[in-house]
Design a protein around this ligand. Structure first.
Ligand code: GLU
Length: 644
């Protein structure tokens, strides 16, 4: 991070030497770290990373996160992201898993630079097509004495394991076949005798993990009891070894063998994967050592657990991606949610688009299990919805279409013409989304929340004034006569159609003097003054308190009148979206429902007056064709009208 100052009065600002972001506060300065530490946070050279799923299931939250971390590391460093299918376990392979994987990654926007479908210089990228490569490498290890063929029968191994188990000894192999001469081993193999290939491991090497530091190995070959007298005979309780299998008896490689060979041949520099693979890493490092290869750098990221600390599983929400997609979760939201599971950052907000993540990702992972809380997913979804709407992103169109489809499924579209008044339905929905995107989670939730906008006739519950919390200093709640609210509703909507918009309506409500509105009725009817206002000695403050309380009741009344009390966009925005006629109609209905016997309706009067005026104007313009050019009448604006 470097400090920038352009001029004496300019505030100090900082520019990150990594991502060139300018900030008024110093961000974490990776540039100042010693090279070794910095390298562990963000490699200085382009990283080649890979996502290597086994097609034994569908992509779920945990595997999406692994793919994302690897993708981001490659993008952040200008490297390549590879996709490799680890399909060596043919028995567990699910037929459509591969197709679904492509679909899911495509939906998430994680495009791979090399891999199936797109190809690349180190293919094939499907392990089932690389058997010959693993065989060649296994032969090499045998030839170099780092591996050997093991012809032990399943029965022998089983008896051996049982014996040790009953004796309370750790499992292991006694290396019976390691002593076979090269000639005998070759001959038996050539005859087709069933065998596996084992790696000879006396001690697993230590390795350096980017997240966990030096991982020391206390697993030398397993020494249980070395009884001299049993040296030459079969000795089930003697020394045992791990000597892991590299090639199975069916000739297919094990995961370890294929994984290491491929990572090396595909020039992988960094492996980011879950901590569940940490126990395999010493074996992998040993295998790299046997080949004489430099291992990639490993970063093991925390396990995902539920709120009770249980590993995420199908039962407790580590559901496959279609679950999120079908609910309407945006890919951006799911990626944003996934990246925060075990990654820490120094940015101001947790809301990231994929493009932003590509610019600021680092290898700063947390240690220990990561609890997954789905409330965060919905919080992020609202943030992305707002981002899409404000930025008029392509996803905004998708949101409109999703709401429209729901509307069509209710078969009420035709009944909406009095509300739409000629406006295209998608434009109407877009208007509503613009006003209420900060609360958008799914199209369904949005639609049901805003049902009052898609309902020609409102079914309002019985009106109840807003509850006013009683304070100890002024225990009596404010009572505002309903007629005052009717009058206010009529006054603030005194706006002709051509000026009907949320901004003007908002200004009208703000400038409406609630304190004066209630003065007269209070005097006449011996009502209580607003809560707090009666104890206020400063008249200006008393008026402000009265106005505030009045507005609260007014907003409450208007929400009940316009949307049957349902939450949604602000009141001025609601009026703007519904349009003048529907607003006035709903206010009039509300008034009738709350009208005290004998009272007159200002809204109804207004509607009649409007109609009369429209008629008169129509007559006038019929008589005088130049009427359209007449000066605009702005008297309706009251104090807001431009001065003559
Ligand atoms: N095929 C392994 C899996 O399914 C890959 C593990 C690794 O990244 O090395 O996750």
């Amino acid at each position: 991070m470097r400090s920038l100052r352009s001029g004496i009065l300019a505030r100090r600002s900082w520019v990150c030497i990594q991502c060139r972001r300018i900030s008024s506060t110093p961000l974490f300065n990776y540039g100042r770290l010693p090279p070794r530490e910095r390298e562990a946070i963000i490699p200085s050279r382009p990283a080649r990373t890979r996502f290597a799923p086994s097609p034994t299931g569908y992509l779920h939250l945990g595997s999406l996160r692994t793919a994302l971390f690897n993708y981001l590391l490659a993008k952040r460093t200008g490297g390549q992201f590879l996709l490799r299918l680890e399909d060596t376990d043919q028995k567990r392979t699910i037929p459509d898993a591969e197709k679904r994987l492509y679909k899911d990654l495509d939906w998430a926007g994680l495009n791979w630079d090399e891999g199936p479908v797109v190809g690349g210089p180190y293919g094939p990228y499907r392990q089932s097509e690389r058997t010959h490569i693993y065989r060649k490498h296994a032969d090499y290890l045998i030839h170099e004495g780092h591996a050997y063929r093991c012809f032990c029968s399943a029965e022998r191994l089983h008896t051996h394991a049982n014996y040790r188990n009953e004796a309370g000894l750790p499992p292991g192999y006694d290396r019976k076949c390691a002593g076979l001469s090269r000639g005998e081993s070759e001959e038996r193999a050539a005859k087709g005798e069933s065998h596996v290939v084992r790696l000879k491991v006396d001690r697993y090497p230590d390795y350096e993990d980017i997240v966990y530091g030096t991982i020391k190995q206390d697993r030398p070959s397993r020494k249980s009891r070395n009884l001299e007298s049993f040296q030459d005979a079969y000795d089930p309780i003697g020394r045992v070894y791990d000597d892991p299998i590299l090639v199975k008896s069916d000739g297919h490689p094990t995961y370890h063998m294929a994984n290491v060979v491929d990572d090396h041949l595909m020039r992988i520099t960094h492996v980011v994967r879950g901590t569940e693979w940490m126990s395999s890493t010493p074996l992998h490092v040993a295998l790299y050592g046997a080949f004489g290869w430099k291992p990639p750098r490993f970063a093991h990221v925390p396990l995902l657990v539920d709120q009770n600390g249980q590993k995420l599983s199908k039962r407790n929400a580590d559901i496959d991606l279609s679950h999120f997609r079908d609910q309407g979760v945006f890919p951006a939201t799911l990626l944003n949610f996934a990246v925060l599971l075990g990654w820490s950052h120094y940015q101001k907000s947790d809301l990231f688009s994929l493009v932003q993540l590509e610019k600021c990702f680092t290898l700063k992972f947390t240690k220990g299990d990561t609890k997954v809380a789905f409330e965060k997913l919905w919080y992020l979804q609202k943030g992305h919805a707002q981002r899409f709407v404000v930025g008029n992103e392509p996803e905004f169109q998708g949101m409109i279409v999703a709401v429209l489809e729901l509307l069509k499924s209710t078969k009420t579209t035709k009944k909406l013409s009095p509300i739409l008044q000629g406006r295209p339905i998608s434009q109407y929905i877009a208007h509503l989304l613009k006003a209420d995107s900060s609360a958008y989670t799914t199209a369904f939730e949005f639609f049901t929340r805003n049902l009052s906008f898609f309902t020609p006739r409102l079914d309002r519950p019985k009106y109840k004034p807003a509850s006013t919390p009683t304070s100890t200093s002024s225990p009596r709640p404010m009572r505002i006569p309903i007629s005052c609210l009717h009058t206010a509703a009529a006054a603030i909507t005194l706006v002709p159609g051509e000026h009907w918009d949320a901004e003007i309506l908002k200004a009208n409500i703000a400038s409406y003097d609630g304190a004066s509105a209630i003065e007269a009725p209070l005097e006449g009817r011996n009502m209580h003054p607003p809560d707090g206002a009666e104890t206020e000695t400063d008249p200006a403050r008393a008026r402000r308190a009265a106005d505030k309380e009045f507005k609260k009741q007014l907003y409450h009344y208007l929400r009940w009148a316009l949307s049957a009390g349902a939450p949604g966009p602000s009141i001025p925005e609601t009026m703007g979206i519904l349009g003048r006629d529907v607003t006035l109609l709903r206010l009039d209905e509300a008034r009738k429902l709350t009208q005290e016997a004998g009272a007159r309706s200002p809204v109804a009067e207004r509607l009649v007056r409007d109609k009369q005026r429209e008629k008169a104007e129509a007559n006038k313009s019929n008589r005088n064709p130049s009427a359209a050019g007449e000066k605009k009448d702005t008297s309706w604006m009251g104090s807001l009208a431009p001065r003559k």
